[in-house]
Design a protein. Structure first.
Length: 115
């Protein structure tokens, strides 16, 4: 099982980025996919999640700015991030939970919002 996140980078406040995550090797059905982030010195927090039924949930801090989506045909997970703020700076991780409640993590991609 492998998850690989990419698409991070340096962006100015107010800018946009699109994160992607490739998912491979998962045999069991996927129950939920999510993006987490961890800022330096902070605990990891869930940013957004999407269920097998396409139900979505967002952290209050990103509502209206971030959009999570998935492409099951391509085994991809995305996070569209708009109106980025300096407080969005963090390492972003993709996460998958399968029907047997196994959990898998990608390696993380750095997002830095700075002028």
């Amino acid at each position: 099982v492998q998850l690989q996140a990419y698409g991070g980078g340096l962006v100015q406040p107010g800018g946009s980025l699109r994160l992607s995550c490739t998912v491979s090797g998962i045999i069991s059905d996927v129950l939920q996919m999510a993006w987490y982030r961890q800022a330096q010195g902070q605990q990891r927090e869930r940013v957004a999640s999407i269920t097998v039924y396409a139900g979505t949930n967002y952290a209050d801090s990103v509502k209206g700015r971030f959009t999570i989506s998935r492409d099951d045909a391509r085994n991809m997970l995305y996070l569209e991030m708009n109106d980025l703020k300096t407080e969005d700076t963090a390492v972003y991780f993709c996460n998958v939970v399968t029907n047997d409640f196994s959990e898998y993590w990608g390696q993380g991609t750095q997002v830095t919002v700075s002028s």
